[in-house]
Write a protein that binds this ligand. Structure first.
Ligand SMILES: [Zn+2]
Length: 228
């Protein structure tokens, strides 16, 4: 039986990471994040990607992003017994059509969970979020994964001083949110046009209700399109 693919979207700081990590913990899902996938590639490949021009928000060109996703789905993220969660991907209509075509060809069913968060909530969440340069050393010097914060505002794992994620400063957060909002209609059209069901969930409180919807989406997602 082929586990479903869950496409998890939401504006920055809407709680995607938390939700996808819960799906990993509770459904043994495999989590695809383009950024982390790129970092996991052999050095020769990442070196090539380093020479690629990214846009102002750090995005790879579509032809490269879609090739990477194609490779990932043919490799470590091949749909199988456990669900695959695509977090924050696809990012536009081109990427959406590519992914939907790929899943259709593989006869894999997919479902979309769109976390909706208002700007005030997202901004507040982003302001509280911290990252640890010591626990997540990166080539760019810009750690991304939220760290566990102690009451003394240090890293719960290593005790070092934490930083705010560069992407979370209000200007950058606002640009990223605007981009998400502007691309959402074309993503919606492309994915639902391929028959992929779409659920919008308020990411506001309580986290357990959001999780319940997500778990339901995973369980109710038929194993293959043909069984729909
Ligand atoms: Zn740390």
């Amino acid at each position: 039986m082929t586990g479903p693919v869950v496409i998890l979207f939401g504006p920055p700081a809407s709680g995607k990471s938390t939700l996808s990590e819960q799906l990993v913990a509770k459904r043994n899902a495999r989590l695809f994040r383009l950024r982390e996938y790129v970092q996991s590639l052999p050095e020769a490949e990442t070196a090539v990607l380093k020479g690629t021009s990214r846009d102002s928000l750090g995005w790879l060109p579509d032809d490269i992003a879609t090739q990477l996703v194609h490779d990932a789905i043919s490799g470590p993220f091949q749909p199988g017994e456990t669900p695959v969660v695509f977090e924050g991907y696809p990012g536009n209509g081109v990427q959406s059509r590519h992914l939907a075509d790929l899943l259709t060809r593989l006869d894999v069913s997919a479902t979309v969970i769109h976390l909706r968060a208002d700007w005030a909530t997202a901004l507040q969440r982003a302001q509280l979020r911290r990252v640890c340069l010591h626990c997540e050393p990166t080539a760019t010097g810009q750690p991304h994964k939220p760290a566990q914060v102690t009451t003394a505002d240090t890293c719960a794992r290593c005790g070092n001083t934490l930083l705010q994620r560069q992407d979370d400063n209000p200007d950058r957060l606002s640009s990223r949110t605007q981009r998400f909002t502007s691309r959402l209609p074309e993503i919606y059209t492309a994915l639902t046009g391929h028959g992929i069901p779409w659920r919008t969930v308020d990411s506001h409180p309580p986290a357990c209700e959001v999780l319940a919807v997500a778990l339901d989406a995973v369980s109710n997602c038929p194993s293959t399109r043909s069984s729909q």
